[in-house]
Ligand binder design. Structure first.
Ligand SMILES: NC(=O)C1=CN([C@@H]2O[C@H](COP(=O)(O)OP(=O)(O)OC[C@H]3O[C@@H](n4cnc5c(N)ncnc54)[C@H](OP(=O)(O)O)[C@@H]3O)[C@@H](O)[C@H]2O)C=CC1
Ligand SMILES: C[C@H]1O[C@H](OP(=O)(O)OP(=O)(O)OC[C@H]2O[C@@H](n3cnc4c(=O)[nH]c(N)nc43)[C@H](O)[C@@H]2O)[C@@H](O)[C@@H](O)C1=O
Length: 319
């Protein structure tokens, strides 16, 4: 098998590419500079020449609450273009199996918890990331539509909030876990006596380690067609991937303060948005098929902090 992993330099694509190579699979990669996936002609030429056997689509415009809220046009445009180009050109090149990575933000903001797959398109989305969520919903529907019309086997997984080695530690554009690891670490370094957390600290988030996400992605990718179809429906074909437990942002902040050795005050800036108050995934569909997460949150935070320390200079200079 020759598998194209789109987004192999990202946190999730990197972990998936590593696991595939460990299994002896030939992994095809292109950097963003080598192949801009928003460029239809370039994507067509790439698929026509490489003709991969399978595709994992882990490339996307990704960011936390501030980035989503500040650059909504980039988030909807780039993600729609990437998905439309990759799914269509994969089909045109005869690729039978593809895995699309969506996000838990596809679900309505006030939906029953934990969120089941069939909650999709039942209500109003969270405003801070609606454009990104609409693009991700379009990604699911692209896969389902090509399956229905052309008989392809294109699958979708919906990850909860992810973290781990390879994350983006940008001070504003990143997700909460890497943002707080960096902010607490820098407070310890500078001797600051206060760290400010965005929002009220009351929202709940479920965090899954990237290695668990990579395992889940390959687990779903590898399922035989009958098993996948028996556990999904033609127009409800996505599968949730979550850890199964969530914490408040305040609890996460205290956990990161402890790991980084910060002893000062933790303050909350309620002028900043909270986003959705809770988005715990119901991952029973996937768990019933045999996947389970392995990395506990406390262990994952410690490991991610060690990775951050090892790569801190790189993170600081790219910020
Ligand atoms: N991280 C999280 O908490 C969550 C992530 N997801 C989803 O998981 C997937 C992977 O996310 P993650 O690994 O965290 O994201 P990253 O930002 O770490 O990686 C995304 C990768 O996509 C590449 N990319 C972006 N735009 C283009 C483009 N136009 N052409 C080619 N390559 C491009 C980026 O390259 P470059 O950096 O050079 O632009 C980067 O390597 C995404 O689909 C994301 O939406 C879902 C839920 C939660
Ligand atoms: C994965 C998911 O990620 C995004 O949604 P989100 O879950 O709201 O992501 P977040 O990690 O940025 O924030 C989580 C919570 O944490 C709070 N918070 C505190 N202090 C910081 C802080 O310093 N940075 C950030 N980013 N958040 C902070 C923040 O106010 C919020 O209450 C989507 O846009 C979309 O990308 C998506 O799919």
């Amino acid at each position: 098998m020759r598998i194209y992993v789109a987004g192999h330099r990202g946190m999730v694509g990197g972990a998936i590419a590593r696991k595939l190579r460990e299994r002896g699979v030939e992994v095809i990669t292109r950097t963003h500079a080598e192949l801009d996936l928003t460029d239809q002609a370039a994507v067509r030429a790439f698929f026509a020449s490489e003709k991969p056997d399978g595709v994992v689509l882990a490339a996307a415009k990704v960011g936390g609450i501030y980035a989503n809220n500040t650059y909504p046009a980039d988030f909807i445009y780039e993600n729609l273009m990437i998905e439309a180009n990759v799914v269509h050109q994969a089909y045109a090149a005869g690729v039978q199996r593809l895995l699309f990575l969506g996000s838990s933000c596809i679900y309505p903001r006030a939906v029953e918890q934990p969120m089941r797959e069939d909650a999709l398109l039942t209500g109003v989305l969270e405003s801070t990331n609606e454009p990104y969520a609409v693009a991700k919903i379009a990604g699911i529907k692209l896969c389902e539509s090509y399956n229905r019309q052309y008989g392809t086997d294109y699958r979708s997984v919906m990850p909860t909030n992810l973290y781990g080695p390879g994350d983006n530690f940008h001070p504003e554009n990143s997700h909460v876990m890497p943002a707080l690891i960096r902010r607490f670490h820098e407070a310890v370094e500078s001797g600051a006596d206060e760290v400010v957390i965005w929002g009220t600290g009351k929202p709940w988030r479920e965090f899954l380690h990237v290695d668990d996400m990579a395992e889940a992605s390959l687990f779903v990718f590898d399922l035989d067609k009958e098993t996948y179809e028996a556990n999904t429906e033609p127009m409800l074909s996505h599968i949730n991937v979550g850890f199964g437990e969530d914490v408040t942002i305040a609890e996460l902040a205290h956990m990161i303060a402890e790991v980084t050795g910060f002893k000062g005050r933790i303050a909350f800036d309620s002028e900043k948005p909270d986003g959705t108050m809770r988005k715990l995934m119901d991952s029973s569909r996937l768990k019933a098929m045999g996947w389970k997460p392995r990395v506990a949150l406390a262990e994952g935070v410690r490991e991610t902090y060690r990775w951050f320390l090892d790569h801190y200079e790189a993170a600081r200079t790219t910020a």
